[in-house]
Design a binder for this molecule. Structure first.
Ligand SMILES: [Fe+2]
Ligand SMILES: [Fe+2]
Length: 274
């Protein structure tokens, strides 16, 4: 496989970042990069040929080939079959920025989605929703729209929480007018013959007539899967929006007795046995 050296170095954060890595870390990063490129090449071959995507039955047959379940949150399982890494402890009064840096990192997907939302002139509520929409995947994956909304609800505008809760549902339903197609990624992840469960269909019916339909819809429109290794994203362009719309508790996330405080604590200490 041919390696685009520049793209590879950029994907690691540039020459300066690479120079800080030891030999083993570099070798490991290269291996991961090649795997990702391979996945993308395989995916590209399957484009436009739905019959090349797996079936629901084939995906189900993979369940017993793994030592973990697919719904396990990202902080609980090693990446690509590797052992988990020791996590840096959180500061005593952690902020949303601390969680981005220490628990959601690298967070490329949400940062790229929010960057796109900002470039296309979305409202601040929608940009914030894009920035936070998949962060809860570090904790848990099934029903991540509902879990994510619950995690952030005490701290963000109602419209942003609504958008996070329901983007999960709208991902299954195309809306040409809004510029959202059913993603190939979902044929791959769920199987090309997948039918969303009844509660998702019922939720969609409710959303179609809801006055805030466009809030979660715009999250799906900005929900990018194409990871661009050359895109430099950071949380910095969003500091003002966070400042205006994220009610940072003075005790720190996890210690303010909010309805989701325990979820933040679990993210802080995922190695705790109980
Ligand atoms: Fe999502
Ligand atoms: Fe997403």
């Amino acid at each position: 496989m041919e390696i685009d050296r520049r793209a590879f170095i950029a994907s690691l954060g540039g020459v300066a970042a690479v120079s800080l890595m030891d030999h083993e870390a570099k070798a490991e990063a290269l291996e991961h990069y090649m795997e990702e490129q391979l996945d993308q090449a395989v995916a590209a071959q399957g484009q436009g040929q739905p019959d090349k995507f797996p079936t629901v039955a084939e995906i189900e047959a993979q369940i017993e080939t793994r030592p973990y379940r697919r719904g396990t949150g990202g902080v609980f399982v090693g990446q690509r079959g590797q052992n988990v890494k020791k996590l840096q402890p959180m500061p005593a009064k952690p902020t949303i920025q601390d969680f981005f840096e220490l628990r959601f990192a690298p967070a490329n997907h949400v940062l790229q989605s929010a960057t796109r939302a900002m470039k296309t002139g979305m409202s601040e509520e929608v940009i914030l929703a894009c920035l936070l929409h998949d962060c809860v995947l570090s904790l848990i994956k099934p029903d991540h729209g509902w879990w994510g909304a619950q995690l952030f609800e005490p701290y963000i505008p109602e419209k942003s929480a609504f958008a996070i809760r329901y983007h999960q549902t709208l991902r299954f339903f195309p809306d040409e007018q809004a510029g959202y197609e059913y993603p190939d990624q979902y044929y791959r992840t769920f199987g090309h013959d997948y039918v969303p469960p009844q509660y998702i269909q019922d939720t969609y019916k409710m959303l179609k007539n809801h006055k805030w339909y466009m809030e979660p819809r715009l999250v799906t429109v900005n929900d990018l899967y194409a990871f661009d290794p050359n895109a430099k994203v950071s949380i910095d362009p969003f500091q003002d929006i966070i400042g205006r719309h994220f009610k940072q508790p003075k005790e720190g996330l996890g210690f303010d007795n909010s309805p989701s405080a325990h979820m933040w604590r679990t993210l802080s200490r995922p190695d705790s046995p109980l």
